[in-house]
Design a protein around this ligand. Structure first.
Ligand code: DOR
Ligand code: ZN
Length: 349
């Protein structure tokens, strides 16, 4: 008999869908499974205004088609953002949160923040109005090893930030290290973290398996096996501070397979199945829906979903690539066989 699993429909609390032809092709993969997704604002130019985000949201909804899907939009924090404008857009429901990219830390982050002291008025206002701050937690200092950037960020920036803004709600996005997990666990209730499927599945050896593997390159970079184990333990623990965020980040194949390849892993096609695989391997399927479907809404103070998703166990082959208009994108686990895949979404309505 086919093995099936039914879970409460999840949300993706960290997602990149890009724009244009790429957006049109990648959004349906997410909208087919997830009820809501927090959309990252690192476009060129970045999403910083209510006007921009309304138009972007409409393009995402058009790509999602008739699927029951809600994009939750975020504002890209720059050092010139006005607290009043941000607060208004939050109160009008245009933005659900704001994203802090340290300048130079990752894809399209050059207009990000050089020093958090420079955005103190914005952070104070966010704290006052209850607007969550989503953080790419890596320093860019040249003296810090690329594998230590998250831990250095925690000590140099995040720990002081949490102390300075005790009621600001903060998500350490895509936590990747044992140090990051320990920090989140010991931090006040205001601090939570998302975890990606790829950081649960691969360590840094995967970057160099038989040669250099550009499709395993993302930021923060994958870390040691000890770090990966700490992430698995945190995700499967049931602790309400940890929830699903795929960080699916598509790039055209030629932008990954070149002399200076871009960071980002496109996992939207099979993200939920990969999380299920991890929870099954950890004998924690009984805690799956906390991570996928309950802890996130609790943090964001949103209703939980009533729809359900059915997954089937089998031998599912991940395609080698997908066409996104003029270019191709290579998905995470391309060409491999994976056990779990979503077969249907059942609406409660
Ligand atoms: O790997 C990544 N890709 N990490 C990020 O922080 C950004 C993302 C992207 O936008 O490509
Ligand atoms: Zn991201």
């Amino acid at each position: 008999m086919t093995e099936r699993l039914r879970i409460r429909r999840p949300d993706d609390w960290h997602l990149h869908v890009r724009d244009g032809a790429m957006l049109t092709r990648v959004v349906p993969y997410t909208a087919a499974v997830f009820r809501r997704a927090i959309i990252m604002p690192n476009l060129v130019p970045p999403i910083t205004t209510a006007e921009q985000v309304r138009a972007y949201r409409a393009r995402i909804l058009a790509a999602a088609g008739p699927r029951h899907f809600q994009p939750l939009m975020t504002c890209y924090l720059t050092e010139s953002l006005e607290p009043d404008a941000l607060a208004r857009a939050y109160e009008d429901g245009d933005f659900i949160a704001a994203k802090l990219y340290p300048a130079g830390a990752t894809t399209n982050s050059d207009q990000g923040v050089r020093d958090v002291a420079n955005i103190a008025p914005v952070l104070r206002r966010m704290q006052d109005i209850g607007m969550p701050l989503l953080i790419h937690g890596e320093v860019t200092d040249a003296d810090v090893d690329v594998f230590d950037r998250e831990e250095a960020f925690i000590e140099r920036v995040l720990r002081p930030l949490v102390a300075a803004y005790p009621s600001l709600r903060i998500v350490l996005e895509h936590v990747t290290s044992a140090a990051g997990v320990a920090f989140v666990q010991s931090a006040p209730e205001t601090v939570a973290a998302t975890i990606t499927p790829h950081h649960l599945m691969i360590n840094r050896n995967a970057l160099f398996q038989g040669g250099i593997r550009p499709h395993h390159y993302c930021l923060p970079i994958t870390k040691t096996e000890t770090d990966r184990r700490a992430l698995r333990k945190a995700a499967t623990s049931g602790n309400r501070k940890f929830f699903l965020g795929t960080d699916s980040a598509p790039h055209a194949r030629h932008d990954k397979e070149c002399a200076c390849g871009k960071a980002g892993i496109f996992n939207a096609m099979d993200a939920l199945g990969l999380y299920v695989q991890v929870f099954e391997e950890e004998h924690a399927l009984d805690r799956l829906d906390l991570f996928t479907s309950l802890n996130g809404p609790m943090f964001y103070d949103l209703p939980v979903n009533l729809d359900t998703v059915v997954l089937e166990k089998g031998h599912h082959r991940v395609p080698d690539s997908i066409d996104t208009g003029p270019h191709q994108v290579v998905p995470f686990m391309a060409g491999e066989t994976i056990p779990w895949r979503v077969v249907s979404v059942e609406s409660a309505a």
